[in-house]
Design a protein around this ligand. Structure first.
Ligand SMILES: [Ca+2]
Ligand SMILES: [Ca+2]
Length: 176
């Protein structure tokens, strides 16, 4: 009897998991390739990303990461061409449209393996979206572990030393 109940229990759990995976997946990132995100009520939610260009202070990568958090935001991630276009617009509207600015990619702790520090997700994960400047990342001097954009104009990515003091871009992702 006990064994039978246990089996039903496991079966119930298994079916519950299947239903949950089928209907929606928890929000890991704004990238639609992660699947339809779950809202608090278990209903699919749409996500909207906004970028905030900070030109008033030059800080290290980790300071930028923490500053974005202090605003209730996170250091910018770029996971699609659509993101890229949003980023270009945000920069164009900002007080200083010439870079560079930090974004949230880093290979600190695992050389050559970049991840978005804001979402703990490998750069290019699932979507495959990359926007490196030609020849980058080059880890110049063996000490370039943080991503920036705008050094040579545009919004292509380049790796630089994380202790360089630069402007930075945060993002906020809302459900609507
Ligand atoms: Ca590196
Ligand atoms: Ca570089």
């Amino acid at each position: 009897m006990i064994l039978r109940l246990s089996l039903y229990g496991y079966l119930f759990l298994f079916v519950s998991c299947l239903v949950k995976v089928t209907l929606c997946t928890p929000i890991i990132d704004e990238d639609p390739s992660f699947g339809t995100p779950c809202s608090d009520l278990g209903q699919p939610a749409k996500l909207k990303k906004q970028y905030f260009v900070h030109n008033n202070k030059e800080v290290t990568f980790l300071e930028a990461w923490r500053l974005c958090q202090s605003y209730g935001h996170r250091l910018a991630t770029v996971t699609s061409e659509e993101d890229n276009e949003l980023l270009e617009k945000a920069i164009a509207k900002s007080s200083n449209p010439k870079g560079p600015w930090y974004i949230g990619g880093t290979d600190l702790g695992s050389e050559g393996n970049f991840l978005w520090i804001s979402t703990n997700t490998p750069v290019g994960y699932l979507s495959g979206y990359l926007n490196y400047s030609p020849g980058q990342p080059d880890n110049a001097g063996g000490n370039e572990n943080c991503l920036e954009i705008g050094r040579w104009g545009g919004v292509v990515w380049n790796d630089v030393p994380c202790d360089w003091r630069q402007r930075y871009i945060c993002e906020y992702v809302s459900r609507w």
